[in-house]
Ligand binder design. Sequence first.
Ligand SMILES: [Zn+2]
Length: 331
Amino acid sequence: MRRLTAVLLPMLWLLTGCMNTTDDEGVDRSSSKTRPFVEIKAPPTYHVLSGYDPKWEAYVREGIEMSRAYWGSYGPTHVWIGGREDGRPIDGAAREAFIEEYCRWRTAGTERTLEECRPYVMERFIDVIESDRPEAYLSWVDEKSQPEAELVFLNVHEWFYEEDAVPDPVLRGIHEYTHVFQMAFGEMPTWMMEGGAVFAESWLIHMLGRRPLDFNLSRIMERADSIRETGLTISDMEDIDTAPDDVAKHHLELAYDTGAWAVAFLIHRSPGRSVSRYRDVFHPLVTELGWEQALCDYLSIEDKRDFYDEFERFLSLPREDRLAILDELTP
Ligand SMILES: [Zn+2]
């Protein structure tokens, strides 16, 4: 499937997928206050497994830097890129260098040891690379004095198609860095996090004149429509960690697809219909008020339910009417 896969692996350490905040004791910390990332001048630090074609790093970096130029610079952020093509074995020296580089960073300033880090890297990076499965996700590393963002991109060449005008690994970079920005402002529901990141993939590319805004969003709408008959809505997808199985199994359509349209609708419903205002005004409101009150203040509504109800009515409109709001969004 040519899209981001949400990674919800058994976690050894405090390791978070996009929205997963389960620590190594298996305690659900999603309801407790997460310490945010901070605004930081320094660019992300890129780490690449030697032997993986540099063009994959270049695509990922292009997306991350595009995203950072738009959202602002947050972190500290470390980017880990690795993969292997055509089943070629990973060079032993390259693997050791990658493990050492990762573990030196990951254990610095924590009580973790290099010895416990090694099996962790083997499972989370090397085994995944050797499985030839693509992965992209953000981990929130909370053990350091200041939480750091870890962006992981493995085997992204598997998402590359020659005919794509914008290579998918670029979109993965945009998407994951958008989460770094979001996590500098406080907790938001899963649909808003993933929806915001998917929306950003289309918006940023559109702003650069590389593709029409509806190019992906129209296909995304079809997938969102495909699960409407289940009766599930984004209100069921506020927290993937606590969602029951029958909801969680639809998380791609609910959080990513329907979420992207919910964010487009939210912006369209807001004063000025402005995406940069969503960035500059809405997110600081989340920090100040929490996301639910921020949503109410931003849209001048009484309750988040009002938003959910309006959005459901929007989803019932004819397809052309829904797509038309994209033309009315402003920078
Ligand atoms: Zn995501």
